[in-house]
Design a protein around this ligand. Structure first.
Ligand code: FNR
Length: 178
């Protein structure tokens, strides 16, 4: 199964990207690093999108599933992630997110672990036609969340991350049978 992991952060030392690396210790996944190359969405450019948009859509289309780690900016998902999702959502009802199994996770320095952003991300993904894993993983107090091996210090959270990945695999198998 090919899982494409997308971090919604462009920050070099991103906790969100670290969370995806932690997930990579539990299952095979490919970390996508093209977010910064995606141009601002404009309907004026929909007929001839930039190569970066073609490349992103091809990578998403080729994946069996997505694992997205979103930061929380001002209670919602960062603009750069929403921008990429807007490109993925087009053409309307034919975008690469249609029928795509997706799991969402989040980590933040606050006590809430990017919960609001994750809920907003689930809403956007569903309206784009994705099938979204319902299990939630909100990692709070990001600055002390990871140990030296990159695993989550909170063993319950580490176990929940494994369950999110299990759910994603089950969703992929379920969709293959439809
Ligand atoms: C934040 N941050 C933040 N955190 C949070 O829990 N809720 C929020 O609403 C916000 N709002 C916010 C706005 C802006 C513009 C920035 C730059 C930051 C803090 C944020 O969670 C923190 O910077 C994380 O480290 C960002 O994720 P990455 O880059 O570590 O993955």
């Amino acid at each position: 199964m090919k899982i494409l992991a997308i971090s919604g952060s462009l920050r070099a030392d991103s906790y969100s990207t670290q969370l995806l690396r932690t997930a990579a210790g539990l299952t095979s996944l490919q970390l996508w690093n093209g977010l910064a190359t995606v141009p601002p969405f404009s309907e004026d450019h929909e007929d001839a999108p930039a190569q970066a948009v073609h490349d992103m859509r091809a990578e998403v289309a080729a994946a069996d599933a997505l694992l997205i780690a979103t930061p929380e900016y001002n209670t919602t998902i960062p603009g750069q992630l929403k921008n990429a999702l807007d490109w993925m959502s087009r053409p309307y009802l034919e975008g690469v997110l249609v029928d795509k199994p997706v799991a969402v996770v989040g980590v933040s320095p606050s006590d809430y672990g990017a919960d609001w952003a994750q809920n907003d991300l689930r809403k956007v993904l569903k309206v784009c036609g994705a099938h979204v894993v319902e299990r939630h993983l909100c990692i709070p107090r990001a600055d002390s969340a990871f140990d030296d091996e990159g695993r989550l210090r909170d063993r319950a959270a580490q176990a929940t991350l494994a369950l999110v990945l299990d759910d994603l695999g089950a969703l992929v198998n379920e969709r293959k049978q439809v």
